[in-house]
Design a protein around this ligand. Sequence first.
Ligand SMILES: [Zn+2]
Length: 169
Amino acid sequence: MTVIADLLQRNRTHAAGHPGRASSLVPSLQTVLITCCDHRADPAHVLGLRLDEAVVIRNEGGRVTPDVLRTLTTLATVAMVENLALDVEIIVMHHTDCGTSRLAAPEHTALAARIFGIAEDELAAKHLTDPVAAVQADLELLRSAPSIPAGLRLTGLVYDVATGAVTQV
Ligand SMILES: [Zn+2]
């Protein structure tokens, strides 16, 4: 069986159990999770997140980049258009052994700086090889971003890919 045939078969099982109507635009846990696209850190498994529970934004490292800030602004605008309350918690979850730690090498400085939209000499502040410090830096970025409404709850997590355990930062 090809990968796509296998995935479509799994979808038929999913569709068979679907209630047959779309649920609210607001995730039931009122949560936005920013995390890495790494296949070992899928929040549906790591945090047991179920369908409809959270908006999940994934990129390389789960980092708060200009693109992520733009996405959050878009979500806030959609909520405003739909007259929905903006009472959400934002969780930033990074993980150990992240592929982005490999970008800390000097030959990848230009690429890494471009991802974050910063100058190359500001890259040290992104803590590419330290997930705890990286989460703290990204929470601070969210706290100080003018496009993020004040008063949103912000939480940082680090997932250990070697043990499966998540710790709060
Ligand atoms: Zn990663």
